[in-house]
Design a protein around this ligand. Structure first.
Ligand code: FUB
Ligand code: ZN
Length: 645
């Protein structure tokens, strides 16, 4: 077994300190021990993460590290100045996996050896003054910090810092943290406001270093890191990148009223804004992050939680501009949305943020990884038309083993490997369960530990059993999020003397608990149809099928004898959930009724006078599968939104 520090293994990507001003804190040492997410995380642990070093080797990322360390010959391999981040994201994922394995008492020898090998390469690539970027070090580009719009040097640094924090928290070891602190210190000598004596007043057009520096402050207690994060955030919107929205530079953050520009850039920046609001208590930052989250959730988020409406700049569209087949919904943007949303949940204590986190996790995020954990989607459209053939690769609706721009796969790995830390929180007066997964979770009430275990087959079944495992002799509050999609639920096992409140998405049960007490929350999971705000023109006249937190789609594979362009749903027809252990690794399908329209032969002109009679359709049983499981069979069409006529 490797050398580890078990106390470090208890904390995840966010560790708040005593001076952090958040309504809630992440809980320590959560463990997912069974059920849906356990299965997905096992696939990540057994198929996703182990293939990382091999893929990083064949894509050239590890070669690049050796190259700049003088231990390999040749040229830089790859097309991007952010190739190193694939290594860092993998290291972060592997570190969280080590933490999990340590908590579970599993053997970490093999993964530790791989991590150590890669960390050695990273450390050897670092320059004397702390700088580290294999693209620029190998002579690509015009030199250090010559291109803050595209160079990604600080974005690279951000992922290095996050990997190092994960490694330190998982293992108690400092090799990678030393590298990261060296780079962070170097950045602090280079960037600063006019008059600071530092040579560059600027920021990286791809945020990431900001949220990483905030966490490095939490890890080390070094105030300089938080100040640098604040400086970078403050410099957005003052024209250093030509006031370009793509670069998050159109307006100063505190004045912005909507999310815009490149979706991942926007949301990593907002994660940092939430971090800064938590650490500094600055009201205007808290207000801006809440305002921008609201603008995103109400007008710029697809049903799946995915964000990003344009392929060309990977960016947000206008309000309600939410196309289906051209939805971009990059997997990384879903991850960034989860990171931002979770920080907002901690900052405010409000359940709505975790509602969107849930939707995004189960749909827009999870679709990014294949069922076998070995291939990926970069973009996550809500429709693939009949006969649509794309060229494969990064912007494809086909799953691919790795991408030329491989930002998404290791990003999925790191979120899945650390996901237990996004499920529960404590406010010092009890425990809040934001997401339902079988496991063991720890909170705090009046300085004393409280432990609960959760047992559930969610999202397939709505029953969630929560057992109090450890409790002090005093009363405390167990808070259960009632999901936004849920209109009916029951709670069993509530003692007569409990004080029960329902407020703003939380069911709060306050009492002096006894160990062994069990609550049964039953969320009604009947399949339902949803429609969109009429301003979402792309799906006007359409409905989508949902069940619990899952968005459903039709796939061609379940509708032989034709495609899906001609399919119509009978909106008043019955919807029936069917357990299908034989399908897609075991799912619940939703069966509905509809028909195939008779489509006219294509003429020279695809329009006819409104109200022209339509030929009768052919009845069709519709079999909807969870969106996260699509694109795991033969290539074919897919659609989430279904026309009603
Ligand atoms: O620029 C780095 C990453 O590559 C972005 O976050 C992704 O959108 C992709 O463009
Ligand atoms: Zn990506």
């Amino acid at each position: 077994m490797s050398r580890t520090s078990s106390s470090a293994a208890g904390t995840g990507p966010i560790r708040l300190g005593p001076r952090s001003r958040a309504a809630l804190r992440p809980t320590e040492a959560p463990a997912v021990t069974g059920g849906f997410w356990y299965g997905r995380r096992l696939t990540n642990a057994q198929a996703g993460i182990p293939q990382g070093p091999r893929l990083l080797e064949s894509a050239g990322n590890l070669h690049n590290l050796r190259l700049v360390a003088g231990k390999a010959q040749g040229a830089f391999r790859g097309d991007y100045p952010f190739q190193d981040t694939d290594v860092y994201k993998w290291l972060e994922a592997a570190s969280w996996q080590l933490a999990q394995d340590t908590v579970a008492g599993r053997d970490t020898t093999a993964l530790t050896a791989e991590v150590d090998r890669v960390i050695t390469l990273v450390a050897e690539a670092q320059q004397e003054d702390g700088y580290l970027n294999t693209w620029f070090q190998s002579g690509r580009g015009a030199g250090r910090y010559s291109d803050l719009r595209w160079g990604h040097e600080l974005y690279n640094a951000g992922h290095l810092i996050q990997a190092a924090i994960a490694h330190h928290r998982a293992t108690g070891r400092t090799e990678l943290l030393d590298v990261a602190c060296g780079f962070a210190d170097h950045i602090g000598t280079v960037f600063g406001p006019p008059g600071s004596g530092r040579p560059i007043d600027g920021f990286d057009a791809h945020p990431e270093v900001e949220t990483a520096l905030a966490e490095l402050y939490r890890e080390t207690g070094d105030q300089r890191h938080l100040d640098l994060a604040g400086y970078f955030v403050d410099r957005h919107g003052h024209g250093l990148h030509g006031h370009e929205a793509y670069c998050q530079d159109r307006v100063p953050l505190r004045e912005a009223d909507t999310v815009e520009g490149h979706a991942v850039r926007q949301l990593y920046l907002l994660a940092a804004v939430a971090d800064l609001a938590i650490e500094t208590g600055e009201e205007s930052l808290a207000a801006a992050s809440a305002r921008l989250w609201h603008a995103m959730a109400t007008t710029k988020t697809h049903l799946t939680g995915g964000v990003g409406a344009h392929h060309d700049k990977e960016d947000f569209g206008d309000p309600y501009e939410l196309p289906t087949e051209r939805a971009y919904c990059e997997t990384c943007a879903a991850i960034a949305s989860v990171q931002f949303g979770w920080r907002m949940a901690l900052l405010t204590g409000q359940a709505r943020y975790s509602d969107l986190v849930e939707r995004t996790l189960f749909n827009g995020f999870l679709a990014g990884m294949s069922l076998d954990g070995e291939s990926w989607l970069y973009v996550n459209p809500l429709q693939v038309r009949d006969g649509y053939v794309d060229g494969g690769g990064d912007q494809s609706s086909r799953r691919t083993r790795w991408f030329r721009c491989a930002c998404c796969p290791p990003n999925v790995m790191r979120l899945l490997a650390s996901m237990e830390h996004y499920l529960t929180s404590t406010d010092g007066r009890g425990l809040q369960i934001h997401q339902y997964a079988s496991g063991v979770f720890h909170g705090e009430a009046g300085g004393a530990p409280v432990d609960v275990s959760v047992d559930t087959e969610y999202p397939w079944r709505g029953r969630i059993a929560v057992t109090v495992e450890r409790t002090p002799g005093t009363s405390w509050t167990l808070s259960l999020r009632i999901p936004q999609w849920c209109t009916e639920y029951t709670v069993g096992g509530v003692a007569a003397d409990a004080h029960v409140d329902v407020e703003d998405g939380w069911l709060r049960i306050h009492r002096s608990w006894s160990a062994g007490e069990e609550l049964l929350l039953d969320l009604e999971l009947a399949p339902r149809l949803v429609s969109a705000d009429p301003r979402v023109d792309a799906v006007r006249g359409c409905v989508a099928i949902e069940r619990g937190p899952l968005v459903y789609c039709l796939e061609q594979a379940d509708h032989p004898g034709g495609g899906l362009d001609d399919v119509v749903i009978e909106a008043g027809g019955a919807l029936t959930a069917k357990e299908r252990p034989d399908l897609l690794g075991g799912v619940v399908t939703v069966v509905g009724t509809g028909y195939r329209r008779s489509l006219p032969e294509p003429g020279w002109w695809p329009y006819v006078p409104a109200g022209s009679p339509q030929a009768p359709g052919t009845p069709l049983e519709l079999v909807a599968v969870p969106y996260f499981a699509w694109a795991n069979r033969t290539l074919g069409s897919m659609r989430v939104w279904l026309p009603t006529s």
